[in-house]
Design a protein around this ligand. Structure first.
Ligand code: SME
Length: 162
């Protein structure tokens, strides 16, 4: 007997997507909604050590809501620069297993070992991205990528200048 191939979404990802959807619906405005989304991700996923949303502003990325142990000095990043700029310029999710082995990496925190950056699209254009730093090597995989791409779709309507 053949079974259709169904992609299983981990329960915690479905729950988190529902919580983000609810937060977006209930927040008083887009910035509060985006902040709530990063807070929820941080609360629910122990390997998401620093989480920020960058929004595209002309030729640069500008840091929006973030949560983590410390602020980053990289509040504006040129498109094409760093792993963040690469994700925005290419529209491709970037998973970096070992930041020290990636020459594109722009260092923010000495504790960071790995990173994932997921573009946020609106009408086919990259309008922002989710950037997550991990303190473990190889903290992120394809399951995180697929999940965060769904989160990105929920965040797209929250961009400034929308
Ligand atoms: N590491 C990023 C810069 C942003 S900080 O991680 C918050 C990069 O290489 O683009």
């Amino acid at each position: 007997m053949s079974h259709p191939v169904t992609e299983e979404r981990p329960v915690e990802h479905g729950d988190a997507l529902n919580a983000i959807r609810a937060a977006v619906a209930e927040a008083p405005g887009p910035e509060a909604a985006a902040q709530r989304a990063v807070d929820l991700l941080r609360d629910r996923f122990a390997h998401y050590d620093w989480i920020g949303i960058y929004w595209v502003d002309g030729e640069e990325l500008e840091l929006g809501p973030w949560i983590g142990p410390q602020p980053t000095e990289h509040t504006r990043i040129r498109l094409g620069t760093g792993i963040c700029g690469a994700a925005a310029a290419s529209g491709q999710t970037q998973i970096v297993a070992d930041v020290d082995a990636d020459p594109r990496y722009l260092a923010c925190f000495t504790s960071t070992r790995s990173e994932i950056v997921v573009p946020i699209f609106s009408e086919g254009d990259v309008v922002g991205e989710i950037d997550i730093d991990g303190e473990e090597l190889e903290a992120f995989g394809e399951t995180d990528a697929r999940f965060l791409e769904e989160v990105a779709a929920l965040l797209a309507p929250l961009r400034p200048r929308a």
